[in-house]
Design a protein around this ligand. Structure first.
Ligand code: AVJ
Length: 332
């Protein structure tokens, strides 16, 4: 571990290399040599990918960000009252835009002590730590630069009643078995009967609404999807003809998830220099780049229960597009 920064109010620790190139190499080698090609969505987010995602959040078709924000605007005070939270741990904290609403409510209730952001992007953790200690006098920040799939164990022991927030619907990126394993790992950060998980989940709805959110008319999501090929070209010295892959997004009604793919428009022979790897795409062959699971309250309850967590409350927006749930480990 490298301590990046230590002041009176701020500690930031890093558990990743500057680019964490190795996990990309492993994922590309593994994912592109499978019979059904696949890449994990975390590699979308280089600087350009993060910017494209910010633009997605502004799109008229992409409702999750606005719906989740509306819930937090309406209910943050209730969440703080129900949990008595003094500490907020946030997984995938990014710019902490929505989190400020929760921190504000904790400050107003007089309980706010510490914020623990965990994000892979070092600059995000450092910048938001600086901004937040200015914005909230007396707040301490313990930042962790890391991957929430690998570095949860580096979250420090609780300092008062804790909320672990995993917002945005990112839990939807996990396949069902991995999702439950991850929820169980989050559970280990919670003390039975004391601490809470605040989980953002997108809800099952009209497939036309869902599909429009992942295939917007301005083509921003298509660019975001293809960006993963730019990342591989740059980081692993590959030669994907990025423009020759078509964006595909559909709602799988049986599995209740959105699936994004990239479809090769013709036969393609790709060389990945740093891996010494040759990959062939047949005409129209598809590469799965993301799943984004959508939830019913019933399935959410079942997933939480299977992970040792008990659902306490479900908060939704007026149109019931998105849900924030509070859960915890049962006392005793
Ligand atoms: C950041 C994973 C919540 O699944 O909606 C947005 C990513 N992909 N548009 C989502 C995404 C395409 C987003 N998450």
């Amino acid at each position: 571990m490298t301590p990046l920064l230590t002041t009176d109010a701020i500690v930031v620790e890093s558990y990743v290399g500057p680019k964490d190139e190795r996990s990309l190499a492993d994922d590309v080698l593994d994912g592109l040599t499978r019979p059904f090609k696949e890449l994990p969505p975390k590699h979308f987010y280089d600087a350009r990918g993060a910017e494209l995602f910010d633009r997605i959040c502004e799109l008229p078709e992409y409702y999750p960000t606005r719906a989740e924000r509306a819930i937090l605007e309406e209910r943050s005070a209730d969440i703080v009252e129900a949990t008595g939270a003094a500490e907020l741990v946030e997984l995938g904290s990014g710019t902490a835009a929505k989190t400020r609403l929760l921190l504000r409510a904790m400050a107003d209730a007089g309980t706010l002590r510490r914020y623990v952001p965990l994000d892979v992007t070092e600059s995000m953790v450092l910048t938001c730590a600086d901004e937040l200690v200015d914005e909230f006098p007396g707040l301490r920040v313990h930042g962790i630069v890391g991957d929430f799939e690998r570095h949860l164990t580096h979250v420090p022991p609780p300092d008062g009643p804790r909320i672990v927030a995993f917002l945005g619907g990112t839990i939807g990126n996990f396949t069902p078995g991995t999702r439950r394993r991850f929820l169980r790992a989050i559970g280990r950060l919670l003390r039975p009967g004391v601490d809470h998980l605040l989980l953002g989940t997108d809800l099952v709805k009209d497939p036309a609404v869902l599909e429009a959110a992942y295939d917007d008319s301005a083509g921003v999501t298509a660019e975001f999807n293809r960006n993963v090929l730019h990342v591989i070209n740059r980081e692993l010295d590959a030669n994907f003809d990025v423009g020759a892959y078509e964006h595909v997004a559909f709602f799988d009604r049986e599995r209740e998830w959105i699936e994004m793919r990239l479809r090769a428009e013709r036969r393609m022979d790709v060389h990945v220099g740093k891996l010494g790897l040759d990959v062939a795409f047949a005409p129209r062959e598809e590469l799965r780049t993301e799943i984004s699971a959508k939830f019913t309250v019933k399935r959410l309850t079942a997933d939480l229960a299977a992970s040792g967590l008990e659902l306490r409350d479900v908060l939704t927006d007026p149109d019931e597009l998105f849900a924030l749930s509070l859960s915890g480990r049962p006392a005793g």
